[in-house]
Ligand binder design. Structure first.
Ligand SMILES: [Zn+2]
Length: 122
């Protein structure tokens, strides 16, 4: 991997991390103040069913954003330590095309598809 390729990936990761942090922040705010966030005061006064469903959705989105942010931060750490682009499972280099599509990828394509087919062995 060349220096310009690495710095492009670093910029992608930093931009992605910033967007995910904003997402996490938004989902947190909506969980704290659901009525204020929706701008719909009658939801808060309803039997709670709507608000609960919304909360569950927000929790799921929050969790997903946080997991992705962890992946992005781990990728940035690997960039700093010079181990970026190594598969965490087999240690082989992850294809550049895959990293350009998904800079936070932890696994090479072969290990990723093995993990998806056998989640317990991941
Ligand atoms: Zn691998």
């Amino acid at each position: 991997m060349t220096e310009p390729e690495i710095s492009t990936l670093r910029e992608q990761l930093l931009a992605h991390a910033a967007r995910l942090r904003a997402d996490v922040q938004t989902h947190r705010e909506q969980l704290i103040e659901p009525a204020a966030a929706t701008g719909n005061t009658f939801i808060a006064g309803a039997e709670g069913a709507t608000a609960d469903a919304d909360d569950e959705r927000e929790v799921a989105l929050l969790r997903r954003s946080q997991l992705e942010l962890d992946d992005v931060n781990a990728a940035l750490q690997r960039l700093e330590s010079g181990r970026f682009g190594e598969c965490e499972r087999c240690g082989e280099a992850i294809a550049l095309a895959r990293l350009q599509a998904l800079p936070q990828a932890r696994l090479c394509l072969a290990c990723q598809s093995a993990a998806e087919h056998h989640p317990r062995n991941a």
